[in-house]
Design a protein around this ligand. Structure first.
Ligand code: SAM
Ligand code: SF4
Length: 466
């Protein structure tokens, strides 16, 4: 039986379930850091947690609905724990929290705290309040204070080789299908000095690869240390000066904000990996205009040509929506045709989902679900063929792989190629956290297999000073 002292000091358990994009993954890490000083320790076991947070996504109806079915499970668990005399606090964070606010509590009374993405730095206070008063709270304002400045310095948490850093949030583009401008608010860029310091702390604890995140990351415009406005390219150049950072990536970019400086960087900054996620959404100019995308299919293709001129081997990735209101078979054919011409290495494709409050939700010509389903299946078959083609073309090549962890099979380690492909090889665990040359021998359905460059002998590298 534990004595009183161990009971008093034993940490409280926190379980965070993350839905949606990488920005939510970043926010979840930051929430854990906010709650650490209050004595919360992460657990993978939801049943074991004193505080359960669902960090939610509102981008499509399906994503939002998943939250409510998860809350059903959380309620049963809360009741089971209560029967054993243990309390569970339940918080809903992220974009569903922002969009639905009070409604969440009305629909799911198990929820104690609703907190929008702009208020996550207030989480420890909200939890303390809920514990002391037993009252429910809803925090979905866009507070005046700078959220990032109010967040604690990133803690010495789990050691990862690769890390996300949010540099830009929100969006002013107002694509007619999208909730982001309403859930994440106006476009906002963090200060470069703050980002440089965060990356320095990450690299000091072993991070070798940083992916800069933003809903519209290439619209980044921080005020530089020199007093001027810094573009994303300037920020990346500055981060590349950190000798311990070996790889840089950024996502998600908008075609309209892809400036010459950023394109040039793919040609002259070796630390910037040859991978670009650049959503085009649709191939028909009529649909692109109705989406308020600010580019035509020809603009997109011309941009791709310039990027490929600068970096011919670049792996291109995209997002595509099928069944936007008014999309005809001919419009969809144009999406297929553009997809065939560009040849993507990776892609994410979705059925259009009408989101409450967005202009497209009220447009005439909503496409039946059966048609969307059919179009999505055709598009995904094409994208899969293109992805496999890209992977297959890397077989026989030698590539630097950054190893991030152990593989599933004994003696195997796994990492990422410059093109973000997963690569499995047989190799020593001591390589985890480092880059080594690998000869790619086969392409499977979801990953590549390789062998260490012949004659390879592993020696601990001399660590660069940070
Ligand atoms: N900012 C990025 C851009 O401009 O393309 C995308 C951000 S959004 C979080 C990710 C993707 O979700 C979009 O590119 C789009 O393809 C998809 N998406 C957004 N709203 C959608 C909706 N209402 N229905 C289906 N897919 C949607
Ligand atoms: Fe949404 Fe991206 Fe359009 Fe902004 S640019 S409204 S985040 S799809």
């Amino acid at each position: 039986m534990p004595n009183k002292r161990t009971m008093a000091t034993s940490p409280k358990k926190l379980h965070i379930k993350t839905f949606g994009c990488q920005m939510n993954a970043y926010d979840s890490e930051r929430m854990a850091e906010v709650l650490q000083p209050a004595g919360y320790e992460l657990t993978d076991e939801a049943n074991d947690a004193d505080l359960v947070i669902l960090n939610t996504c509102h981008i499509r109806e399906k994503a939002a609905e998943k939250v409510y079915s998860e809350l059903g499970r959380v309620r049963l668990n809360k009741e089971a724990r209560k029967a054993k005399g243990r309390d569970t606090l339940v918080a809903v964070a992220g974009c569903v929290a922002q969009a639905e606010g009070e409604e969440i509590i009305a629909r799911a009374p198990v929820v104690d705290i609703v907190v929008g993405p702009q208020s996550l730095h207030r989480l420890a206070d909200l939890v303390a309040e809920a514990q002391s008063t037993g009252k429910r709270s809803v925090e979905t304002e866009f507070p005046a204070e700078d959220k990032f400045a109010a967040l604690p310095v990133r803690a010495d948490g789990k050691r990862h080789v690769s890390a996300f850093v949010t540099v830009q949030e929100g969006c002013d583009k107002f694509c007619t299908f999208c909730v982001v401008p309403y859930t994440r608010g106006a476009e906002y860029s963090r200060e470069p000095a703050e980002i440089v310091a965060e990356v320095e702390r990450l690299s000091a604890r072993g991070v070798r690869e940083v992916t800069l995140l933003g809903q519209n990351v290439n619209a980044y415009h921080g005020s530089g240390v020199d007093g001027g406005r810094w573009s994303l390219a300037q920020l990346l150049r500055k981060l590349a000066e950190n000798p311990a950072i070996e790889r840089l990536r950024f996502t998600t970019s908008h075609p309209h904000d892809m400036d010459d400086d950023l394109i040039a960087l793919f040609g002259d900054e070796p630390k910037l990996m040859p991978y670009l996620h650049l959503p085009f959404q649709a191939g028909s100019d009529r649909i692109l205009a109705a989406m308020n995308r600010k580019h035509t299919a020809a603009d997109y293709e011309a941009l791709i040509a310039r990027i490929r001129d600068t970096r011919p081997d670049i792996a291109l990735s995209t997002d595509i929506i099928v069944g936007f209101p008014g999309e005809t078979d001919a419009d969809f054919e144009e999406t297929l045709s553009l997809t065939r011409r560009v040849r993507f290495a990776q892609a994410f494709s979705f059925k259009y989902s009408a989101r409450p409050g967005t202009p497209a939700a009220n447009l005439d010509g909503q496409v039946p679900d059966s048609v969307k389903k059919e179009r999505l299946a055709v598009l995904q078959a094409l994208l899969e063929e293109s992805r496999r083609g890209f992977d297959q073309a890397t077989v026989g090549r030698r590539m630097p792989v950054l190893f991030g962890g152990k593989g599933r099979k004994p003696g195997q380690i796994t990492g990422r190629s410059p093109y973000l492909q997963a690569v499995h090889v047989e190799g020593p665990d001591t390589l985890i956290g480092h880059i080594a040359e690998v000869d790619i021998s086969a392409a499977g359905p979801n990953s590549l297999t390789g062998v260490m460059k012949s004659g390879f002998e592993w020696r601990e590298p001399v660590q660069a000073a940070v």
